[in-house]
Design a protein around this ligand. Structure first.
Ligand SMILES: [Zn+2]
Length: 236
C-alpha cells in the first residue's frame, strides 16, 4: 500500500518506534514505544495516510469511560495490503464511522490528548499481519520505514520559484509546505477566471504555502522545474 498523506499538519516527530524502553517495559510490558509520536496540538486534524476503511473505533463502541484506554480515543483503519493503522489520543467527537470508506488526506479525527499522554500529539501505530516485531502485540511494526516516503515529500521546492494560485482541492497542505495531489493549473489570481494561466504543475510537486486562501484558491510558490508546461510570457 503506497501511503499518500502525512497524518497531521506538523512535520515533526517527537518519539520513534522502540524508544523509551524502560518506561514502556515497566508500565506496559513492551520492549519500547509501540508507534510513532507526531506533533499535533489540541484540536489539530488527523488525516488518513491513504485510502482505506474504518474498521474499529474506541471507545465509541466499548463505551467504557471508567476504564479509558492508554491510547484514548482511537481510529483503526484498514489501508489494504495487510496494513492497519491506529490513530490514537483523538477527541471523542470522531467524524467517521466503522465501515466507512475514507480517502487519503480525509479528516478522520482531531487531536484530543485523551488516554495516557504527557500532552496532545498523534500516536500512530502500524499493524502488518505476518510482519510483527517480536515482543509487540497485534503485529505492530515500526511505521517509519513506511511513512518516511510521505514525510520526505514535503521538501522545499528548488529555485527559481514562481508565485501563483492553485485550486486547494488539488493540494495537501502540511504546515508551511504543500504538495500537489493532482496536476493543478497555476493562475495569476485566486479563481478560474484568471486566464491565461502560468502553467500546469506535476502531481507530487512540493510548494511553499504563502498562507493566503481566497475563493478556494491558495497562494503558493512552485519550482520552475515542477511545471509540466509553462508559458514564460505569463510569468508575473
Ligand atoms: Zn506514542
Amino acid at each position: 500500500m503506497a501511503l499518500t498523506h502525512w497524518p497531521t499538519d506538523y512535520k515533526r516527530i517527537n518519539q520513534h518506534f522502540g524508544e523509551d524502553k524502560e518506561y514502556y517495559f515497566s508500565n506496559f510490558g513492551l520492549p519500547g514505544h509501540p508507534g510513532i509520536d507526531i506533533v499535533a496540538p489540541l484540536n489539530a486534524p488527523y488525516y488518513a495516510i491513504a485510502d482505506g476503511e474504518v474498521t474499529w473505533i474506541s471507545d465509541k463502541i466499548q463505551n467504557d469511560e471508567t476504564k479509558p484506554s492508554a491510547n484514548g480515543w482511537q481510529i483503526l483503519i484498514d489501508h489494504g495490503s495487510n496494513l492497519f493503522a491506529k490513530y490514537c489520543h483523538a477527541q471523542q467527537d470522531i467524524p467517521v464511522d466503522v465501515g466507512q470508506q475514507v480517502l487519503g488526506g480525509q479528516l478522520i479525527g482531531r487531536s484530543g490528548d485523551t488516554g495516557k499522554t504527557t500532552g496532545p500529539h498523534l500516536h500512530l501505530e502500524f499493524q502488518i499481519a505476518g510482519m510483527g516485531v517480536p515482543g509487540y502485540p497485534n503485529n505492530q511494526v515500526d511505521p517509519w520505514p513506511h511513512i518516511e516516503q510521505v514525510f520526505n515529500q514535503f521538501t522545499e521546492p528548488k529555485p527559481p520559484l514562481i508565485t501563483g494560485w492553485v485550486f486547494k482541492t488539488f493540494t495537501n497542505i502540511v504546515g508551511d509546505f504543500i504538495v500537489t495531489t493532482a496536476q493543478p493549473r497555476v493562475r495569476l489570481g485566486p479563481g478560474s477566471n484568471f486566464e491565461p494561466h502560468i502553467g500546469v504543475l506535476r502531481k507530487g510537486a512540493p510548494l511553499i504555502n504563502l498562507n493566503l486562501l481566497q475563493n478556494g484558491y491558495t497562494k503558493i510558490q512552485a519550482s520552475i522545474f515542477d511545471f509540466l508546461s509553462i508559458d514564460p510570457s505569463n510569468i508575473p
